[in-house]
Design a protein around this ligand. Structure first.
Ligand code: COA
Ligand code: AMP
Length: 646
């Protein structure tokens, strides 16, 4: 039996033995004696891991490496493509900063179990703040910087933070994003008010905005870090099952779900993933090009590389940027698609992890891979891609150009680490384009039909995970235990519903075909069509609306809106579209990328009033579609065809 088959078998037949062995990779204050247990939650029960274990995640990410002699090794390299700045933090440096910020948070009244919202761009303070919370047992909730104040306000009200950590500004390729005013607006919208806001000052851009501080609430991080009265925090003891963080993700409704992650299962699972999947160990460099606001950033920028004593690269910038001071031959701004490859060459990156969209963006500008050929990529062992479906065409291009294995792997915010992958560190397996390969040890993947019965090999169905879910996966939905049960566990008793559809082939390879619910995936960013619809519906001219995700060659999917104007309302369609686009940017953020909105006479519905989004999406994507027999008025869909296929 191969190493993969043997590990997989053990993980399922003897989960206690398997996971207690993996737990040895972590330093515990109290070593767990048992691995799995369950706990009542809402109307059901949920899985718990290492319930009798006691540890500290920041100790595992920092102190033990310094104690073990890695103090001078780079822990975090900050590489800003936007400003051209580079900065390296050794493990000893990072520990000092994390300890000091932890001490400052303690002095501000943050204690074990208290909430801290982190609203920061891609700067080192984001990782430092996360680890500082972990050090003192506070529960962080990082909010992606691309979200507008209204979304931030929703998360503040849900997470109830004692302190919010934000920055003066962030840098997008073409503009300065003034974070502090957005935070102020969010706090005008939220009911909950934090005791303090700690603001990271920045002074690395000519257009740096002036920051208005509101005393005594707002405090300058640099001043706090200089304050000699603040004692560095020691790592506090937390139960393995205590929450480490909350990360909000889109569900099918407008209300984001606060996915809760524990300390112990998370540390064990991520350490295991680094060894068995990513094959990155102490002293090796991992570059995850994502954002700390997403789960990919939480797991593979901030936590996992540090848990195993590796070096993580924190990258500020896009995969493709406008070349400074350069014009292309057509008189436009020349594009630079070499940024990622320069990072690899400059820092000796072993593993690069990004979303397929980033590769498509690079390919568009550099189809022949000239920038790849011009870089020394000799250290690169593997390109990992996740966050959205990896189309075979993009896979082949990356494979041809890079000459290293291109590994698709499938997972989600809720699981926190890969469900299905090619386990490069355990036993590399043949790659099949379009498949994310095989279930990772600990995960039991099942494809079920609508009655909850497993379908035959090769048949498509709902991808579910048979319980127990392995360590590191969500422990609940913040403040709403029933939502975990209702949203994920109730549909098929004994299984967790992933929300994705797909099939397994004869070799046990999984092919993920897309979401089966109203979640869409735009440039690797997860959005809820329900959330977009809720914003469109607030416009006074809109009677009804629907948002669907349609295929896009760059971003994978793009949202598209259809609105029915209230009878008697006279409004120019272009004006309405512009107002709706602006409304979505204002309420959700630019990240929603909703630009295409059409006014239509009616929406197609079933006789029970359900809008036929799937049918509209299939028509827009040019797929063969069977209009459900339950449609109320078939002429509505016929009338929409020319608009949808435009
Ligand atoms: N703060 C503020 N605004 C942000 C932001 C942030 N952190 N991130 C994105 N935005 C804005 C962008 O500036 C853009 O605004 P615009 O509409 O005014 O141009 C908008 O949100 C959409 O952003 P994005 O989807 O990133 O599109 P883009 O056209 O700027 O870039 C790609 C396209 C493909 C280069 C980019 O999406 C990318 O790098 N994708 C990689 C995917 C990824 O990292 N996914 C994370 C999960 S793994
Ligand atoms: P998020 O929670 O933001 O990470 O988004 C998770 C969702 O993105 C999954 O449920 C899938 O729909 C999609 N996704 C992530 N990775 C992949 C992948 N490798 N292949 C197909 N879809 C993916």
């Amino acid at each position: 039996m191969g190493a993969y088959a043997e590990s997989y078998r053990r993980s399922i037949e003897d989960p206690e033995g398997f996971w207690l062995q993996q737990a040895d990779a972590i330093d515990w204050f109290t070593r767990p004696r048992s691995a799995h247990s369950t706990e009542p939650a809402g109307s059901g029960d949920v899985d718990r891991w290492f319930a009798d274990g006691v540890l500290n995640t920041s100790y595992n990410a920092l102190d033990r490496h310094v104690i073990g002699g890695r103090g001078e090794q780079p822990a975090l390299i900050f590489h800003s493509e936007v400003t051209g700045r580079r900065r390296s933090f050794s493990y000893a440096d990072l520990l000092e900063r994390v300890g000091k910020l932890g001490g400052a948070l303690t002095a501000l009244g943050v204690g074990k179990g208290d909430g801290v919202v982190i609203y920061l761009p891609m700067i080192p303070e984001a990782v430092i703040a996360m680890l500082a919370c972990a050090r003192i047992g506070a529960v962080h909730s990082v909010v992606f910087g691309g979200f507008a104040p209204a979304e931030l306000a929703k998360r503040i009200d849900d997470a109830q933070p004692v302190v919010i950590i934000s920055a003066a500004y962030g840098l997008e390729a073409d503009r300065v994003i003034a974070y502090k005013p957005m935070l102020d607006t969010a706090l005008e919208l939220s009911e909950h008010q934090p005791r303090h806001c700690v603001i990271v000052p920045r002074n690395d851009h000519a257009d740096a905005p002036v920051v208005e501080m509101s005393e005594p609430r707002d405090l300058d991080l640099a001043a706090l870090m200089r304050d000699a009265r603040i004692e560095p925090a020691v790592p506090v003891e937390v139960a393995a099952t205590d929450p480490l963080y909350i990360l909000y993700t889109s569900g099918t409704t407008g209300k984001p779900k606060g996915i809760v992650r524990d300390n112990g299962g998370h540390a064990v699972a991520l350490s295991y993933a680094m060894r068995s999947i990513f094959d990155v160990g102490p002293g090796e460099v991992m570059f995850t090009a994502s954002d700390v606001g997403w789960v990919v950033g939480h797991s593979f920028i901030a936590y996992a590389p540090l848990l195993v004593g590796a070096t993580t690269v924190l990258y500020e910038g896009k995969p493709v940027s406008a070349l400074r001071q350069a014009q292309d031959t057509a008189g436009g701004q020349a594009q630079d698609a070499g940024a990622f490859w320069r990072v690899v060459a400059e820092h000796g990156v072993r593993v690069l992890f990004t979303a397929p969209t980033a590769i498509r963006a690079i390919r568009k500008v550099d189809p022949d891979g000239e920038a790849i050929a011009a870089s020394d990529l000799s250290t690169l062992q593997t390109l990992f891609l996740a966050g959205e479906r990896l189309d075979p065409d993009t896979y082949r291009w990356a494979d041809d150009q890079l000459g290293v294995p291109v590994v698709d792997h499938w997972w989600q915010t809720e699981t926190g680490w890969p469900i299905v992958a090619n386990l490069r560190g355990l036993e590399p397996m043949p790659i099949k384009p379009g498949s994310s390969t095989v279930p990772v040890p600990g995960y039991q993947v099942a494809i079920l039909d609508e009655h909850g019965t497993p379908v035959p090999v090769g048949a498509e169905g709902a991808i579910c995970l048979r319980r127990p879910l392995p360590p590191g996966t969500l422990t609940g939905v913040w403040g709403d235990p029933q939502r975990f049960v209702t949203g994920y566990l109730e549909t098929y008793p004994g299984y967790y519903l992933t929300g994705d559809g797909g099939y397994l082939d004869d070799d046990g390879y999984l092919f993920v075909m897309g979401r089966t619910d109203d979640v869409i995936n735009v440039a690797g960013h997860r959005l809820s069509t329900g959330q977009l619809e809720a914003v469109l519906a607030t416009h006074p001219a809109v009677a009804e609306c629907a948002v669907i995700g349609v295929a896009d060659p760059l971003k994978g999917q793009l949202p598209r809106g259809l609105v029915v104007i209230k009878s008697g309302v006279e409004i120019d369609h272009d004006q309405l579209r512009d107002e709706l686009v602006a409304l979505v940017r204002q309420e959700i953020g630019a990240i929603a990328s909703l630009r295409r909105i059409d006014a239509v006479p009616a929406l197609p519905k079933t006789r029970s009033g359900k809008v036929l989004r799937k049918t509209m999406r299939e028509i827009a994507d040019g797929q063969h579609t069977q209009v459900p027999s339950t449609i109320e008025d078939p002429s509505v869909i016929d009338g929409l065809r020319p608009i949808l296929t435009q």
